[in-house]
Design a protein around this ligand. Structure first.
Ligand code: NDP
Length: 335
């Protein structure tokens, strides 16, 4: 049986606050040819995503915690290089959750074949993958937009936020966005966002959003939590809908963070605030792929990528998410 060496990133220790390179280790593992029912894949691209920070805590959640000493997991896309199952042929392109490693091997049920229709492979980790589906379902199902309404999007230049902004424009909404650099703001403007606030430069985030949306907001798509959520509550119009997608400003907190001091507006303004996990909307995947694929082909949706090269860069790519090192989807190119 031929042996194949693969490098992978393991969780060395659980981060306390901001993750550091010392929380990760690069290690090698050996694979034999896949046994019957098993598939072996060379990963071309892997994704790093903010939710992975939650899996680094040892606490119950909607996905189990990562295990110290074991390879991390996450979305990846690659090419079958050996197969022990007739359903998978060498050369098939597959997505799966065995990222953070150069080669993935496991039972065939872990792998999903992808017909790329000429779309670049890495898009299936971003605009055509989990972040795209998050933006599509969270915005359309929870915000339930109507043409002419105003939405505020935080984390707007990232993988999810940048797509929410553009889908909102396609639905005829006014989009007010917040992000952490002037370059990101300029890109958002270039794809049609009406007003952009650089929250790192604004002397008052509240005043900046009030001036960008003088009539208030009908919808808020929250990727950030904290002060952004408080501002959204302040400027919300009666009956506004909030899609609570993520709260990245709190993922590295070492003690409980205070809630918004103006939460009482939920009552007085009759707000609908709904959290969600993208998997709640698994039944909408076919509709998402068809509609997003169409928008990509027509040029209605654009996206950015920040690419780091090689498995050894995966921890830096992940850590960079918390300082805004990425514009658009943060990716690691493996092959
Ligand atoms: P991004 O591509 O947006 O990357 C993270 C970005 O967050 C950074 O680039 C940075 O941008 C911003 N950021 C980091 N720290 C802070 C902070 N303290 N305050 C404000 N902004 C910060 O990530 P994703 O698009 O993949 O994810 C966006 C959000 O959606 C996350 O909260 C994530 O957990 C959530 N999510 C939820 C899902 C669900 O099923 N509910 C599924 C997928 C994602 P900047 O330069 O603008 O600061």
């Amino acid at each position: 049986m031929s042996q194949l060496t693969s490098r992978e990133i393991r969780l060395k220790s659980r981060p306390d606050g901001e993750p550091t390179p010392q929380n990760f280790e690069l290690a090698s593992t050996e694979y034999s040819s896949p046994a019957p029912g098993m598939v072996q894949v060379r990963n071309h691209w892997m994704s790093v995503d903010p939710y992975m920070r939650g899996r680094m805590y040892d606490r119950p959640s909607y996905v189990p915690p990562f295990v110290v000493g074991e390879a991390l997991q996450g979305h990846a896309i690659g090419e079958v290089i050996a197969s022990g199952d007739p359903d998978f042929a060498v050369g098939d392109i597959v997505t799966h959750m065995l990222g953070w490693r150069e080669v993935a091997q496991g039972p065939k049920a872990l792998f999903t074949k992808v017909d790329t229709h000429g779309i670049p492979l890495q898009a299936f980790l971003g605009v055509m993958g989990m972040p795209g589906m998050t933006a599509y379902c969270g915005f359309l199902e929870i915000c339930a937009p109507k043409a002419g309404e105003t939405i505020f999007v935080s984390g707007a230049a990232g993988a999810v936020g940048s797509l929410v902004c553009q889908i909102a424009k396609l639905k005829g909404c006014k989009v007010v966005a917040s992000c952490g650099s002037d370059e990101k703001a300029a890109w958002l403007k270039s794809v049609g966002v009406d007003e952009v606030v650089n929250y790192k430069k604004a002397s008052s985030l509240l005043k900046a959003v009030q001036s960008a949306a003088p009539q208030g907001i009908d919808m808020y798509f929250d990727n950030v939590g904290g002060e952004h959520l408080e501002v959204a509550l302040e400027v919300a119009r009666v009956g506004a809908r909030f899609a609570e997608c993520g709260m990245i400003s709190q993922y590295n907190a070492t003690s409980p963070t205070p809630g918004p001091k103006n939460l009482m507006y939920v009552v007085g303004k009759s707000l609908k605030i709904q959290g969600f996990i993208v998997s709640n909307y698994a039944h909408l995947q076919g509709r998402f792929l068809a509609e997003m694929g169409g928008w990509i082909k027509s040029g209605d949706i654009k996206w950015e990528e920040t690419v780091m090269n090689g498995i050894a860069q995966a921890p830096a790519a992940f850590i960079g998410l918390f300082s805004g090192a990425n514009a658009g989807k943060m990716l690691v190119k493996l092959a």
